[in-house]
Design a protein around this ligand. Structure first.
Ligand code: BGC
Length: 854
């Protein structure tokens, strides 16, 4: 649908990108002049969001509402359109492709999803680093390596913004830990900050990123301890000054605590709105001179510049923007999306071990295949937290494996539950006290008087908004049908003050009221639980009665949260393990999918250890002992310890694969797509070897004491041997490195040009066409202040069996430079650098040197 604009082009503030035909600003549109022409109160108001996901409009200047949405796993939208979202593999997975072109195609898909959902700004990518393997948002980050992160992020951002959608690169900076995530200060020395943690941000700003998100945490740098949202040296001096960033700095959600310091410190937009410290205090601060109007004008100009970039301005000239809203609400071309996401998940998959060519499995295999594992039954496709999207479908492993091996008989066995919590209570077991299907919800005021009632259909909907401010708590009542004799488990997970009775017996009570903090620390998405075990002699019902507080989530709205789960009598974990092992023994091939789950990997908390949940190690060992043809597939975004890794014949790291889980698994097992992934982080063998085992703040400070030695650099510095090193991945082909030479970069080079170009020839000496990820590392033997070696280039090469390929890898000047704290600038040290190329950070096949002369 499109509407015609008025003569002035001003749009109704409710119109969105989907239903507006916009008019281009004139070529000489001057955001600074327009900003200066607005009344002060209107300017200040613009600097706080209109709502959770929207910015304010100013119809008089043709500025419509801009909409932002979370990424990076998909574009969720505002949640109001009810549309599902294409669900990508998690970023740690896509980074394992080391494929910038694929990143660009995924970025283009994100942009198309944004268009479809009328979103102007995607809150992605995350370019924080995987500093510790236990980090809760590890799966949302790309890599432990700054160079790999930067290269992939630039491709992603470029592709999104090339479609006129803004990327919001997050979270600036030192946001590598979830423990106490809104409270801590990251202490990072200046050189480490520049060379490691700021490097990906600098690269995306250099490539033209339009928005950056300031993190929840603070930064202690150069004697200035300040929240990232109010850090003048970081935002004003480095980001906007040195790097010339002309976009907006937006606060992480509810991260801004005061009015004046963030305003002076370089923050441009407080999210979400309405309300918050700027809505309450910024106008007064301008009136009494603590913040000058020119500071406000600069922020407004930046927002207008963003609006211009995403086509949210109209009426400033009479032309039509090259923006076609006609397809905005249509679904993306489904087959193309399925194909791209299958390819991405399959290409991400890393072959960790493959003895005697067990993989790929012949598509004509006959006999029985035992597909085993909790994660085979319920693949964990995405981590928890703000990145969560609802996909249109999840491709089930069992269906896809059956389709890929049509002559085999494929059976599915769980092999023991690995989650602590029970599954959601099925809707068909629930009846209200009035005999209707579902759950009765009574609304209670502060005195406990019932002021309304509704019925909800199922347990999944026990996370619902409350619009009426008079409702202080709700009473949830339902009868659960226990359909057979045996041991039933009913679990309730309330957030905040509550009183729970089951069959009339008080099970849990709390008077501790909670507020928006449960949103910020994500505990609302992972409630503790009250468990009732009921031994039933035969069919009966059990009455659940729970009173739970309404949580005031401020800009997130008022809502109630109560997990409601149920486990019917069934086989024990021991019984399921025995059954899976017996099935494996009677099969021609066993495929076990082990992994993490929504209780393990999420925003809001860090993991306590690197263990696989439940008894999965035992399952693997027993199945592998029962069947010599066992393939283990690891469904996790962040490292877990695999103590049996070198005892089983084949192991694939399959990540959090997104909506095409099953299809991608079938494609890699059958070899339809080569799993050409290479680890973008180090896989530890033992917890005690991990250089940064956790990021728990001490007295409110996280000290980045390892300095430049993040990730694989830390492993190299300590001389420790991981289970698999950074960059590792076998693929299905076999490779020889034939030659390496350095050729001159183009003459007359600008400072941005590479200092040299490495020309590498590789040969595919295997029997299958394949892809090699050629990796290049530098070291400076005369400079002990540098890491032992650092990644400085990579490229993918698709090579037919028996063929060779020659690739050029540019060596950027920045890869040789170091940050000099004394000179407060980058310096290029005259030295002879060792240049090594190979298959991983520890499988380096050829080397040469490059001399930088003084
Ligand atoms: C997260 C951001 C996210 C924002 C909006 C915050 O809690 O840290 O990454 O974009 O919420 O959902």
């Amino acid at each position: 649908m499109s509407s015609t604009t008025t003569a002035t082009g001003a749009l109704n503030s409710n119109e969105s990108v989907a239903d507006a035909e916009t008019i281009a600003p004139s070529a000489d549109f001057d955001p600074i002049a327009v900003a200066g022409s607005l009344p002060l109160d209107e300017k200040v108001a613009l600097l706080t969001g209109a709502a959770t996901w929207t910015l304010r409009s100013i119809p008089a200047i043709g500025l419509r509402t801009m909409t932002v949405s979370d990424g990076p796993i998909g574009v969720r939208g505002t949640g109001e359109d009810g549309l599902p979202s294409a669900q990508l593999p998690a970023p740690s997975a896509t980074a394992a492709t080391w494929d910038v072109d694929l990143q660009a195609r995924l970025g283009a898909l994100m942009a198309a999803e944004a268009r479809r959902k009328a979103v102007d700004v995607i809150l992605a990518p995350v370019v924080n680093l995987q500093r510790s393997p236990v980090g809760g948002r590890h799966f949302e980050c790309l890599s432990e390596d700054p160079f790999l992160t930067a290269r992939l992020a630039v491709a992603f951002v470029d592709a999104i913004q090339g479609q006129g959608i803004a990327a919001c690169v997050k979270h600036l900076v030192g946001n590598e830990t979830e423990t106490d995530r809104t409270e801590y200060l990251s202490r990072i020395d200046e050189r480490t900050l520049r060379e490691v943690y700021l490097a990906p941000f600098e690269a995306v700003v250099d490539a033209g990123a339009w928005t950056i998100m300031a993190a929840y945490n603070g930064l202690t740098r150069d004697g200035v301890d300040a929240p990232a949202t109010a850090h003048g040296p970081l935002l004003n001096e480095i980001l906007k000054g040195e790097w010339g960033f002309d976009g907006i700095v937006v606060s992480d959600w509810l991260a801004t605590k005061t009015a004046v310091e963030p305003a002076l410190g370089g923050l441009d937009l407080v999210m979400p709105g309405p309300g918050g410290p700027w809505a309450e205090g910024l106008l007064a601060a301008v009136h009494d001179g603590r913040v000058s109007e020119s500071v406000i004008d600069d922020k407004v100009a930046r927002i207008l510049r963003l609006a211009e970039r995403v086509g949210a301005l109209s009426g400033l000239a009479g032309e039509t923007l090259p923006y076609d809203a006609s397809g905005a609400t249509e679904h993306p071309a489904d087959d193309d999306v399925v194909a791209l996401l299958t390819e991405a998940a399959a290409r991400s998959t890393v072959v960790l071990r493959n003895v005697d060519g067990l993989l790929p499995v012949d598509r004509a295999i006959r006999g029985r295949i035992a597909l085993i594992g909790h994660n085979a039954v319920e693949p964990f496709t995405q981590g928890g937290g703000s990145a969560f999207v609802t996909p249109p479908h999840v491709s089930a492993p069992i269906d896809a494996v059956r389709a890929a091996f049509p002559d085999a008989e494929v059976e599915l066995h769980r092999g023991g539950a690995t989650t602590l919590g029970a599954p959601l209570t099925p809707a068909d077991l629930l009846t209200t006290p009035d005999g209707e299907p579902g759950i009765r919800i009574e609304h209670l005021d502060a005195d406990g008087t019932v002021i309304g009632a509704v019925r909800l259909p199922d347990a999944a909907s026990l996370w619902f908004p409350i619009d009426d401010d008079a409702v202080a708590s709700v009473r949830v009542t339902t009868d659960v049908a226990l359909e057979q004799a045996g041991r039933h488990v009913v679990e309730l997970g309330p957030v905040g003050a509550h009183r729970i009775t089951i069959d009339g017996e008080l099970r849990s009570e709390s008077v501790r009221h909670v507020g928006v903090e449960v949103v910020l620390n994500s505990s609302y998405s992972n409630p503790g639980s009250v468990e009732a075990v009921i031994e039933a002699d035969g069919p009966r019902t059990v009455r659940v009665d729970a009173e739970v507080q309404v949580i005031d989530g401020e800009s997130y709205g008022r809502f109630v949260r109560l997990h409601f789960r149920y486990r019917a009598p069934g086989p024990t974990v021991d019984e399921e393990l025995d059954e899976a092992v017996a099935a494996a023994a009677a099969s021609d091939l066993a495929v076990i999918v082990v992994g993490t789950n929504p209780e393990t990997e999420s925003e809001g908390w860090d993991r306590p250890n690197l263990d696989l949940p439940g008894r999965q190690n035992e399952l693997v060992r027993r199945v592998a002992a029962a069947n010599p043809r066992t393939v283990v597939v690891v469904n996790a975004g962040a490292p877990v310890l695999l103590p049996w890794l070198d005892e089983v014949p084949a192991v694939l790291w399959w990540w959090l694969p997104g909506q095409e889980a099953g299809r991608s698994l079938a494609a890699v097992l059958s070899g339809a797509i080569e799993p050409s992934g290479r680890l973008p982080w180090t896989l530890p063998a033992r917890e005690q070897d991990v250089p940064v085992p956790h990021g728990i703040p001490v007295d409110g400070v996280i000290d980045y004491a390892e300095g430049l030695d993040v990730g694989h650099r830390g492993w190299d510095r300590r001389g420790r041997t991981p289970a698999r090193e950074f960059g590792f991945g076998l693929g299905y082909a076999e490779w020889e490195y034939r030659s390496l030479e350095l050729v001159d970069a183009a003459s007359g080079a600008s400072t941005a040009a590479p200092l040299a170009v490495a020309r590498v020839t590789v040969a595919n000496v295997g029997a299958r066409d394949g892809r090699e990820v050629v990796q290049l590392y530098l070291s400076a033997t005369d400079d002990p202040s540098r890491p032992v070696r650092w990644l400085a280039g990579f490229t993918v090469a698709d090579v037919p069996a028996g063929d060779t390929a020659t690739v050029d890898i540019p060596l950027a000047r920045r890869s040789f430079e170091t940050w000099s704290t004394d000179a407060a600038g980058w310096t290029l040290r005259a030295e002879t650098y060792r240049v090594q190329v190979g298959r991983s950070s520890r499988d380096l096949r050829l080397e040469t040197t490059h001399t930088v002369s003084g």
